[in-house]
Design a protein around this ligand. Structure first.
Ligand code: H2U
Ligand code: ZN
Length: 356
């Protein structure tokens, strides 16, 4: 190929995130820099299945004095240190359009994925991950029944590096009175596309990705895991439902099984990549609730934002140009997808014979 022919695999370029309308700078030529790969021993140490002073283990006392039940599947409870509260008084501040604030009501929940302190999603058995999907469904349903709740964010911070406070496998749900910024952006972009083309943005995008194949990580009958064309984090991924549904509440039992399976598949590949418990922030995006709109433009999906770049300890920093201008990446999304695609779907600890 001539030096002057624009090539996505060789020349610096920007890519558009069609879900947010934001751009990322891709510098593929920089990943050709020589790098003496840091090889680390795989993290094989098992944590104990129960820890006496863990706030989340069954039967233990939480930070606020509440005693956990002897639970044997996933459980949810109201966050003892909720960032949003249901009884916040209504109010607004607007000082000459310069100092603007408004009150925000909400509900925060914590979900323990398993009674076992030592398991993470990829190490859990499929039927147990399916129970987490079912609990997300139950929680979503009951929070959506609260009239003042407009958006329900289900997410997981995994790993110390992501600020996760406790290794016991858990996630969170924050439900708020307003639709948060990321969701405002995604609603705007999806609505524009749906109005212009009469089908969901992610239906069309998924069709293109399945045809091109080079950013696909894994797929099953109901879901596809891929590295989005506009990924910012080195191994960023999305799970997209093949069916255009607005929320998790619309998934059939077979789709719930499919979601559990693709979650196990993707998170196992992540752990296998650097033979470590792969840290990330992940969460699902779906329609806002209780705003009188059926949000047909919305297409359910999950985002995974992992910080690791080259090994279990070398992470990407979002600094400098990225804080001041816009995000940048070196390895291409296509390279990242190929690395994840080639990973085995059996967890590396299982391969090494570490007892579960
Ligand atoms: P993170 O690990 O993502 O920080 O989530 C843990 C949440 O669990 C955190 O929001 C809550 C914290 O407030 N928590 C309780 O509600 N009770 C406890 O006893 C410990 C932690
Ligand atoms: Zn999204």
């Amino acid at each position: 190929m001539s030096e002057n022919t624009f090539d996505l695999t060789a020349h610096p370029h920007t890519r558009l995130n069609i879900l947010t309308g934001e751009w990322v700078l891709v510098s593929p030529h920089r990943s050709k820099r020589p790098w003496q790969g840091k090889v680390e021993a795989p993290a094989l140490a098992q944590r104990p299945a129960y820890v006496e002073d863990c706030y989340l283990c069954p039967g233990n006392t939480r930070a606020d004095g509440t005693k956990n039940t002897q639970y044997d599947g996933p459980i949810a409870f109201t966050n003892d240190f909720s960032a949003l509260l249901a009884d916040t008084p209504k109010g607004e501040v607007d000082e000459d359009e310069l100092l603007i604030a408004r009150s925000q009501k909400g509900i925060c929940r914590v979900i323990c994925f398993s009674p076992r302190h030592d398991l993470t999603l990829p190490e859990m058995e499929l039927p147990d991950i399916r129970k987490v999907v079912d609990l997300w469904h139950t929680e979503l349903e009951s929070l959506a029944a609260v009239p003042f709740i407009k958006y329900i964010q289900i997410f997981e911070n995994k790993g110390e590096i992501m600020g996760c406070s406790n290794p016991h496998p858990h996630g969170q749900i924050w439900a708020s009175e307003d639709v948060p910024m990321e969701l405002e952006k995604e609603t705007r972009q999806q609505r524009k596309y749906f109005q212009q083309h009469g089908r969901s943005l992610l239906t069309a995008y998924l069709e293109k990705e399945l045809k091109q194949e080079d950013r696909i990580i894994a797929e099953n009958e109901h879901f596809v895991a891929l590295v989005p064309f506009w990924a910012v984090w080195p191994y960023e991924a999305m799970i997209i439902s093949r069916r255009h549904v607005q929320s998790l509440l619309q998934f059939t039992p077979a789709e719930r099984d499919g979601l559990a399976a693709i979650l196990k598949d993707l998170t196992t590949r992540y752990d296998n990549l650097f033979e470590t418990s792969f840290p990330y922030s992940a969460g699902m995006h779906q329609m806002p609730f209780n705003d009188g709109d059926s949000h047909l433009e919305w297409h359910w999906h999950m985002h995974f934002y992992p910080p690791l770049l080259r090994s279990a300890t070398v992470k990407k920093f979002m600094v400098g140009y990225e804080m001041l201008a816009h995000p940048q990446r070196d390895i291409t999304p296509e390279f990242a997808a190929a690395r994840l695609r080639e990973q085995p779907v059996v967890h590396y600890k299982k391969q090494a014979g570490v007892p579960a």
